[in-house]
Design a protein around this ligand. Structure first.
Ligand SMILES: Nc1nc2c(c(=O)[nH]1)N[C@@H](CNc1ccc(C(=O)N[C@@H](CCC(=O)N[C@@H](CCC(=O)N[C@@H](CCC(=O)O)C(=O)O)C(=O)O)C(=O)O)cc1)CN2
Ligand code: MET
Ligand SMILES: [Zn+2]
Length: 774
């Protein structure tokens, strides 16, 4: 028996976000293609060297990407829509970045993650969330006349590049079936999966070339195998891999699945004519026995035992207890992280400010590879060969379990005292809204914005200087107050009805709260790629959550003091904080979410006490938290909606609760949205021309609703008439008395020069719509 260590993919942004810097310099015209490609090459080499030095037996290649691995695959197979073709050769950077970001040098970035990028001459491809992660991929586009042709040899080039540096790597490809299942049809008729026969020859050619270059193994990611699949999709796997196996005899394919259990697809996976299968044993530990029992004796099993989605040290002894018997029963076994390490920060050693005790509970990408080495040595040479490492690990794991830092009896007793009363407002919406309208005295079709105003370079620079101690507290606060005041004055001037303070003090809508809540730690360099060059530093929830002191009340009170118009309190909701953080793995997510909900509730109550008449609780990530399997949806929606309601229900009937969700598909979850019982919800609709309001109309959604009339994902300034038109469309679907007028999402990624005229047009649109709609 022998056990080898492998990795499915490593973060590519660089330990100090070198790739981000290089990309943004290139896009800004401050550097050229050779400089960008050189940075990329240096990062790849360092990544291979590092993984090798950490003891990894088989390093991945082809996992690098300048922007996104799904886009890389689209280019590889030549799925390049016609609008991009005039921009250059298929494999060129110009075409690549036009698909990623749209084409018009100099324009500013997309908004909060769901955009088509710039709606200039050539828009970017649509971007959406990668399974249930906070990573976004570019949605492949295919049409009836789709012709597939090998258009980039990136994966082969990178395999050779590694080889030239002395690394025998395992190339990684996104599999043909998953790629098609992620694709959308440009003509609305072609089912992407029907194109499988046309697509396979390109994969065959790539695999042949990899084999010719010397590759023995290739990793083909088929994460779709953990989803609910229809019969056609199930059958596609058999077709695809029979063909690949037949055409490239001798090449060993490992199919990688992750983010969940194979479940009802287990037999399909086991029956594929491939040499290896990777399974996620962190998300779905229960599948191990079945997998081990059903795997053919000559199949290489790759067990994803180290969590690729979180930052905790593994419990190495527990892993050994579980896999030793399996290792003994098989000739070879691979162990690996559960999925690509793309979703974790790179190196814990860069964290100099974490509480040493808490830090000792963590492992980032580098440390996770070290864990694999220890595990493999224990399996190959006996536990005694790594006794000291195992003992250290056991101490850290036990220390975390028992630590008073993790357990707060006050939070526990509060959780126990929670009753149903805390999850509902005392008065039904129909009565609340009467009181709210009387108190607020707003016009029909009231105007507002979603919260943030542009995070200019100046704002970020001031925050960075403050962080480094170059700008003292008083000066930083003065600066932020001036920004806030300017924003408030301007909103009054153009006649917005319900104002926001602008969120200038926030680095990120989740990190900002994480930094102020007990039970959270935050990193200095723990960046994780969100899309392209955009990264986030997810807070780390390590213990029971509570709110030691008010988090936003001072900023809110200052902003309200500047105006007589209602100023919205502005908070991030419990589900979104949970979803965009690294979470505890020692209790159910629902428990952690409930604790956050109580902390946010405290803030809501304090804002009301300070005088806020409207409080917005953003739940931007509620939908993406939906489990991958439909059977698990209802349980999730139950606790997610309950958490929102806990956070929102501590206030008087006349206090108006808003929520915001920046996406547009509600059909599946409209009942849950109704159950949240927010007085007002703002959503994304501008680009879908209000069509998605049909879900709300069919459901007879009773509460108030602000369908976005301004697509903030693009620097384009919409005309007044366009927005009037959208309001008329909204009025056809819902009662005008229910409607608010607002943009699709926050404006933090936009520039003032776009925002100002757009919001002026929006206020004018509301005024003219009032004249004839009401
Ligand atoms: N957490 C989260 N997830 C989300 C979203 C979101 O807003 N937050 N929106 C959706 C899309 N995702 C997005 C993710 C990131 C960004 C984004 O703009 N990220 C910024 C970083 C934001 C941030 O944390 N900024 C900090 C730190 C900025 C920084 O890089 N500081 C430098 C120095 C800066 C300087 O000298 O100018 C440093 O620390 O090294 C701040 O402003 O304080 C970036 O990559 O550039 C936008 C959208 C979905 N998921
Ligand atoms: C990603 S949703 C953003 C909501 C937040 N209040 C903002 O305006 O930026
Ligand atoms: Zn949003």
């Amino acid at each position: 028996m022998s056990v080898i260590t492998t990795n499915l993919g490593f973060p590519r942004i660089g330990p100090r976000r070198e790739l981000k810097t290089a990309l943004e310099a290139y896009w800004a015209g401050k550097s050229d293609a050779p400089a960008l490609l050189d940075t990329a090459r240096v990062l790849r080499a360092a990544t291979w060297d590092r993984q090798k030095a950490l003891g990894l037996d088989i390093v991945p290649s082809g996992d690098f990407s300048l922007y996104d691995q799904v886009l890389d695959t689209s280019i590889m197979v030549g799925a390049i829509p016609a609008i991009y073709r005039p921009l250059g050769a298929a494999g060129s950077l110009d075409v690549y970045f036009a698909m990623a970001r749209g084409h018009q040098p100099g324009a500013s970035e997309e908004g909060c993650g769901h955009g088509h990028g710039r709606s200039t001459d050539v828009p970017a491809q649509e971007m959406t969330k990668w399974f249930d992660t906070n990573y976004h991929y570019m949605v492949p586009e295919v049409g009836a006349t789709q012709h597939f042709i090998l258009s980039s040899t990136k994966v082969i080039d990178e395999y050779r590049e590694a080889k030239a540096l002395g690394h025998e790597s395992r190339p990684v490809l996104l599999g043909p079936v998953s790629w098609l299942l992620l694709a959308k049809s440009t003509d609305g008729r072609t089912r992407p999966l029907s194109l499988l026969p046309a697509l396979l020859p390109v994969y065959i050619e790539v695999l042949r070339r990899l084999q010719a270059a010397g590759a023995e193994w290739v990793q083909i990611d088929e994460p779709a195998l953990v989803l609910d699949l229809d019969a056609e999709a199930k059958a596609a796997f058999g077709t695809a891999y029979a063909s690949l196996a037949q055409e490239i005899p001798g090449l060993r394919i490992l199919i990688a699945t992750y983010f969940g259990a194979l479940g009802d697809n287990l037999d399909i996976a086991m029956g594929l004519p491939v040499a290896g299968l990777h399974v996620d044993l962190v998300r779905a530990p229960e599948q191990l026995d079945d997998v081990a029992a059903k795997a053919p004796a000559d199949m290489l099993l790759s067990l994803g035992v180290v969590d690729g989605r979180n930052i905790w040290k593994s419990d190495l002894t527990a892993i050994l207890d579980r896999i030793e018997p399996i290792a003994r029963s098989r000739r070879v076994l691979a162990i690996a992280p559960s999925c690509s390490l793309l979703h974790t920060p790179i190196d814990l050693a860069l964290e100099t400010r974490l509480d040493p005790q808490v830090k000792n509970w963590m492992a980032f990408a580098v440390q996770k590879i070290e864990e694999l080495s220890v595990l493999a040595k224990a399996l190959n040479q006996g536990r005694s060969s790594v006794a000291a490492a195992l003992a250290d690990n056991a101490r850290a794991v036990a220390g975390r379990r028992a630590s008073p830092l993790v357990h707060d009896p006050r939070v526990r007793s509060r959780m126990e005292a929670l009753t149903a009363n805390w999850t509902r407002r005392v008065t039904p919406f129909a009565e609340r809204i009467v009181q709210q309208r009387a108190l607020l005295g707003l016009p029909p079709l009231p105007t507002t914005t979603i919260g943030s105003f542009p995070q200019t370079a100046e704002v970020r620079k001031a925050r960075a200087a403050h962080g480094k101690g170059e700008l003292d507290d008083a000066s930083y606060t003065r600066f932020l107050r001036e920004e806030t005041e300017r924003a408030v004055r301007w909103q009054e001037e153009i006649g917005i009805d319900v104002l926001v303070h602008g969120e200038f003090e926030r680095n990120d809508m989740v990190q900002y709260f994480g930094e102020q809540l007990a039970g959270f730690a935050f990193t200095r360099a723990g960046w994780v790629q969100s899309y392209g060059s955009r990264c986030v530093r997810p807070p780390i929830i390590y213990g029971d959550v509570s709110r030691p002191r008010p988090m936003t009340v001072e900023w809110w009170a200052y902003a309200q003091s500047l105006t007589d118009r209602p100023m919205k309190g502005m908070l991030t909701g419990p589900v979104t904080i949970l979803q965009w953080s690294f979470v505890r793995d020692d209790q159910p997510r629902s428990d952690t979410c409930r604790q956050i909900a109580l902390a946010i509730r405290d803030e809501v109550v304090d804002l009301e006490r300070a005088g806020a008449r409207i409080i917005q609780i953003d739940e931007a990530a509620l939908r993406e938290g939906l489990p991958l399997r439909r059977a698990d949806w209802q349980a999730y929606l139950d606790w997610a909606v309950e958490a929102f309601r806990i956070s929102a229900s501590g206030v008087q009937p006349q206090t108006q609760i808003h929520t915001h969700m920046c996406y547009s598909e509600f059909n599946d979850i409209i009942v849950a949205i109704g159950a949240m019982d927010a007085d007002v919800i703002s959503i994304e609709t501008a680009r879908s021309k209000m069509e998605l309001l049909d879900a709300f109309a069919d459901y007879r959604y009773p509460n108030e609703i602000g369908p976005g009339v301004y697509d903030i994902h693009s620097p384009r300034v919409p005309a007044r008439e366009e927005m009037v038109d959208l309001l008329i469309k909204a009025g056809e679907r819902l009662s005008t008395g229910q409607l608010w007028v607002n943009p699709d999402c926050g404006l933090k990624t936009r520039k003032w020069e776009d925002v100002k005229p757009a919001l002026v047009h929006m206020v004018e649109a509301a005024k003219s719509a009032r004249a004839f709609l009401i």
